[in-house]
Design a protein around this ligand. Structure first.
Ligand SMILES: Cc1cc2nc3c(=O)[nH]c(=O)nc-3n(C[C@H](O)[C@H](O)[C@H](O)COP(=O)(O)OP(=O)(O)OC[C@H]3O[C@@H](n4cnc5c(N)ncnc54)[C@H](O)[C@@H]3O)c2cc1C
Length: 457
């Protein structure tokens, strides 16, 4: 519990009203997309960088933890007060500060919701490519902190690829700037990239400069249905090997489709074992030509049917299954754990087979979604955290899956982060020497270990 003296100083910085400690005000901040109840001592809602700098100085003086938090949608348990302390929320810092059309960049505050930025940029025919499926809720601060990706990642990459610069408040309360508006910058160590994906452990982002691209003039959307999951996975690697780079290459297995149908969503041919959702964007000629080539390739690789949208409304209809998928699966059992192991794309069929095998071995209910085009698997494990015996099987399954991904040259997390969800597996991917370097970096930034302690290290 933070001391009364610390609370008094924080109230003074936050004009009293933005220091929240009534149970009904802080209850929402006790959860995130992964972790159940860890009630914070208080929630701080600063309005500017100066207030944040003062808060960090107070935290250092009284030695209590600060946990930065955007929308709380992370699914690795990295935005709750697991070891006590206060939450710092950014919904008052939600302004798009600048859209610089000449330099093709935007400067935003951390609390800007990704989808709001997308809507604003579309007015200027511009786009910020990273599009996590949570984009209509999640914030740019959270996206940068977890280096979020999304369906467009196959062609456009992830948050890190569009992050040009940061203003950051360090745990000491000092303010630094990294990077800027230039596309090229090789001065010194790349602190911008180090901070991206740091899971709120190294500093607090107060201003974020993002690279933009022109909104593509055309796109085409296809949906291919397969009677064999393996054929769908093989099509993904075949499309990429043929030299085409679709914007989106998403895979859904039979369990996902069954759940969507039961949920009252789209209905599918009963022989369908897997569905691929594919989108191509760019100039009209390229989009048409690639759409045709991809359609032919899908059929060649065993697709039973390929639908290609002719209008934006039809495209939206094809996307509907993918958009409903998570909500539908999550509604099946009390809890849904979203796995995120990622492998080199050519190992995709192999890792999907492994998931199927583990589902049987551990007798679990698992639906497979995947950002297949970048090897990023999302098995959705339907479970009940209160059932200790079942959770034991879930843990064993997760461990075996992570081991398999690493043995295929993959990684523990493609985009969701490590948090506390996978901290125990870090030794699978990194040597003790590499982990020690990371611990050393944390000590340099945060010697008193007050910023989101315990996350991933
Ligand atoms: C339905 C659903 C779909 C999802 N789809 C995707 C997807 O497609 N791709 C993907 O990558 N993720 C996805 N996610 C996970 C999640 O939405 C992302 O990780 C997102 O980036 C989190 O943003 P947030 O605003 O909710 O941040 P939070 O969850 O609040 O916080 C995430 C991390 O950011 C830190 N943080 C927040 N603000 C700051 C700041 N200003 N300075 C420093 N650190 C900060 C926090 O301490 C924490 O470590 C999904 C989640 C859900 C529930």
């Amino acid at each position: 519990m933070i001391s009364q003296a610390a609370a008094h100083d924080l109230r003074a910085v936050l004009e009293n009203v933005w220091y929240l400690d009534e149970p009904e005000d802080i209850a929402t901040y006790s959860y995130d997309g992964f972790l159940p109840e860890f009630t914070p001592d208080a929630v701080l809602v600063p309005e500017n960088v100066e207030q944040i700098a003062s808060i960090m100085k107070i935290a250092n003086e009284y030695k209590f933890n600060i946990i930065p938090r955007g929308a709380g949608t992370n699914i690795c348990g990295s935005s709750v007060a697991r070891e006590g302390g206060v939450i710092m929320a950014f919904h008052r810092m939600n302004k798009i500060l600048e859209i610089d059309r000449e330099s093709m960049c935007a400067v935003v505050q951390p609390g800007v919701v990704n989808g709001d930025l997308q809507k604003e940029l579309a007015k200027y025919n511009l786009m910020y490519p990273p599009d996590p499926a949570s984009m209509y809720v999640s914030t740019i601060g959270g996206n940068v902190s977890l280096n979020a990706g999304g369906p467009r990642g196959v062609k456009y990459g992830v948050t890190r690829d569009y992050l040009l610069g940061l203003e950051v408040v360090l745990p000491s309360g000092e303010i630094i700037k990294t990077g800027g508006k230039t596309l090229k910058n090789v001065s010194g160590y790349d602190l911008t990239r180090l901070l991206c994906g740091s899971e709120g452990t190294l500093g607090i982002f107060t201003e974020i400069t993002l690279r933009l691209v022109p909104l593509p003039p055309a796109k085409t959307t296809l949906q291919a249905a397969y009677g064999d999951l393996d054929d769908a996975a093989t099509t993904v690697t075949a499309i990429l090997a043929a030299g085409m780079v679709p914007t989106t290459l998403e895979l859904m297995d039979r369990t996902v489709l069954d759940v969507i149908s039961d949920y009252g969503g789209a209905q599918f041919n009963p022989d369908t074992e897997a569905l691929l959702l594919i989108e191509v964007d760019g100039d009209e000629d390229l989009v048409d030509a690639q759409g045709e080539r991809i359609e032919a390739l899908c059929r060649e690789k065993g697709a039973m049917a390929v639908d290609r949208a002719q209008t934006p409304e039809e495209a939206e209809k094809l996307w509907q299954a993918r958009r409903t998928a998570f909500g539908a699966v999550a509604s099946m059992r009390p809890n849904c754990i979203v796995e995120d192991a990622t492998v080199p794309v050519k190992r995709l069929p192999e890792i999907i087979r492994k998931v199927v095998q583990l589902t049987q071995k551990y007798d679990l209910q698992i639906a497979v979604l995947a950002h297949a085009g970048d090897g990023n698997l999302h098995p959705l494990i339907m479970t009940d955290l209160r059932d200790k015996e079942e959770m034991g099987r879930v843990d064993q399954m997760l461990e075996e899956l992570c081991e398999a991904a690493i043995s295929m040259g993959g990684t523990l997390s493609g985009e969701h982060g490590i948090g506390i969800a996978k901290a125990r597996f870090m030794g699978m991917e990194f040597s003790e020497t590499a982990l020690d370097l990371m611990r050393g970096i944390k000590r340099v930034f945060d010697p008193n270990n007050i910023l989101n302690p315990g996350s991933f290290l």
